[in-house]
Write a new protein. Sequence first.
Length: 131
Amino acid sequence: MPEIYIRLTVAKNDDDSGRNMGLFMAMQELREKNELYDYEEDLVKDLHHWFDLYLDAPPVQARESRYYSTPMAISWFKSSATKHISKMREFGYILEAHGIYVDEIKTTRPGKILYADDYQIAAIPYQDTFI
């Protein structure tokens, strides 16, 4: 059975990737607007600290012209990374409390994989990859 990959997004275009924005970027935008309550800000800081400890940032910001004019690698969690996905959903609960809908996308075809570790991949989406 093929690996299933999971990505949590919001319905806003990411200027860099041209795809729906991931939760880290969506949360950054919300924080920059100073719309979080103090307890939410504390939770977001705790979540960022957890991810700093337990998730490496993919070392790719790759662009390959044969796929798109300026494609960028998109990060996906492996379905086995249940703790990481659970922590991302906590970001999602905060975003949704502020009226920002979160979508969970699952695929077996994330694109051309440029990076992988135990919990995640970074892949340049195929033209028919839905994100």
